[in-house]
Design a protein around this ligand. Structure first.
Ligand code: FES
Ligand SMILES: [Fe+2]
Length: 468
């Protein structure tokens, strides 16, 4: 059996590596920030203030219901337009425009500058002072933002697979019945990699494995396209495997008794039972801390019933979630040991599983495989060449093909250099070996299987903006 090395320790435990990853990877990807309706953006003339990767962002719905987004930063002297404490939950409010509290520069909901008081006689060109734009799109009732819009690919490409495989669940029509929020002491990649493999399901989730027996098989042979069957007599993720709720309309006969799941990289995971959907959003906060929101979505006709009670699904998901977070926190503590350098992936996990981040990063690395000693040799040579030529190492790394490469390569480079303390660069070093193409994996094949419980009605997570 051949194991494949996982990403190096530094990327899970080093605050500086996390800062680089935030800047060079996460801020260059779409981030799911919640549900359109939970954020009040299903109405017109609304503003939601959300925190994304340590940035405060305004998402607005204009008079026509079109979504816009911008940084929560006034173009005049930088005041926050909606003063927001770091770590605060979403603020939701109605607004026809956005007025800065400092000197009253006022912006339209699309971010354009409407008024800059007492500058009428000057040369302020309003078109040059619109708010710093953030890209925003909605899919399946979820709001996604991209904080570097100049490099954003269309969201449609990201969700193409989920859009197809989960079409019958009509995600956009579902409403939040319960939200469970967890503050987990683990790097977001630990959580994501755990979520996207079922190698651990047998040991970590005995109840889930009894409900879905094939989960106990090491994660092999799971046909996610067809959905994963429950044990005889069970058809949903509750303690009993059944519920009083009806299956979602539109499901085919298989979907009424099976479980499906999809990943929308990097921070949304969707697990679909016949009567409800568990949607997980990850919010990386620190290198060893991730806030996770688990929303349970139901058909509106179920929430409308006076007898609606999501506790059966909520209790089950909360149990499974806490099992996951506990093992993730254990992994994080173990990774923090000086004895740990990197982990390993079993080959049977490769198609869909724990190598989530690895698989996503590899294509971004321009074909450079990260996972064996040979690569350390390559990286050492890169470093040696850079040092010999007194070049900026980053320039060498960028030449590999993608900024995201820097994050992983920096860490490996430091490790390679650390091994070579006192090692004089060899002027006769052989040229770099050719870069081998990487076997790519369909990102859509990465998904997972478990869920959680709601404790907070969706809207209660927000606080109202001041009137304006
Ligand atoms: S800082 Fe916003 S109007 Fe002056
Ligand atoms: Fe799990």
């Amino acid at each position: 059996m051949t194991l494949q090395a996982a990403l190096p320790r530094e990327l899970y435990v080093d605050p500086e590596a996390f800062a680089r990853e935030r800047e060079r990877v996460l801020l260059r990807e779409w981030s799911c920030v919640g549900r359109v309706s939970d954020l009040g953006l299903d109405g017109t003339e609304r503003v939601a203030v959300v925190e994304v990767l340590d940035e405060s962002v305004l998402v607005t719905s204009d008079a026509d219901g079109a979504l816009h987004a911008s940084y929560n930063v006034c173009r005049h002297r930088g005041s926050q337009l909606f003063p927001t404490e770091p770590g605060a939950g979403p603020q939701l409010c109605g607004a026809k425009s956005i007025r800065c509290p400092y000197h009253s520069w006022t912006y339209a909901l699309d971010g354009s500058l409407l008024r800059a008081p007492h500058t009428e006689d000057g040369d302020v060109e309003a078109s040059e002072f619109g708010l710093h734009r953030v890209a925003v799109e909605a899919w399946g009732g979820f709001v996604f933002v991209h904080l570097t819009p100049s490099v954003a690919s269309p969201l449609s490409a990201l969700v193409e697979r989920a859009d197809r495989t989960l079409a019958h669940y009509d995600l956009g029509s579902l409403v939040t019945g319960l939200t469970l929020t967890y503050d987990v002491a683990a790097n977001w990649k630990v959580v994501a990699e755990n979520y996207n493999e079922c190698y651990h399901c047998g040991p970590v989730h005995p109840e889930l494995s009894r409900l879905v027996p094939s989960f106990a098989g090491g994660g092999q042979g799971l046909d996610w396209d067809a959905g994963i069957p429950h044990r005889e007599g069970a058809w949903t993720f509750t303690m009993t495997g059944t519920t009083d709720r009806a299956p979602l309309p539109g499901l085919d006969e298989d979907e009424k008794v099976r479980h499906k799941g999809e990943l929308v990289y990097p921070n949304l995971m969707v697990s679909c039972s016949a009567d409800h959907v568990a949607a997980f959003t990850l919010r990386p906060v620190e290198v060893d801390r991730t806030v996770i929101e688990c929303r349970l979505l139901f058909h509106p006709s179920e929430l409308a019933k006076s007898t609606f009670d999501p506790a059966d699904a909520g209790d089950f998901w909360d149990m499974v979630n806490r099992q996951d977070w506990a093992i993730c926190e254990s992994v994080q503590r173990g990774m923090s040991s000086r004895a740990y350098t990197h982990g390993w992936f079993a080959p049977e996990q490769r198609p869909r599983g724990a190598q989530l981040v690895h698989q996503q990063l590899e294509p971004q690395l321009g074909g450079l495989v990260l996972d064996d000693e040979q690569q350390l040799v390559v990286l050492r040579r890169v470093a040696e060449r850079a040092l010999r030529r007194e070049q900026d190492v980053e320039l060498q790394v960028v030449a590999v093909g993608h900024l995201a490469a820097e994050v992983a390569l920096d860490a490996l480079l430091q490790r390679a250099l650390a091994r070579d303390v006192g090692h004089a660069p060899d002027p006769s070093a052989a040229p770099l070996p050719p870069v081998e193409p990487v076997e790519t994996t369909d990102p859509g094949s990465l998904r997972r299987s478990s869920l959680s419980k709601p404790l907070t009605p969706a809207r209660s997570v927000g606080r109202a903006c001041r009137d304006r």
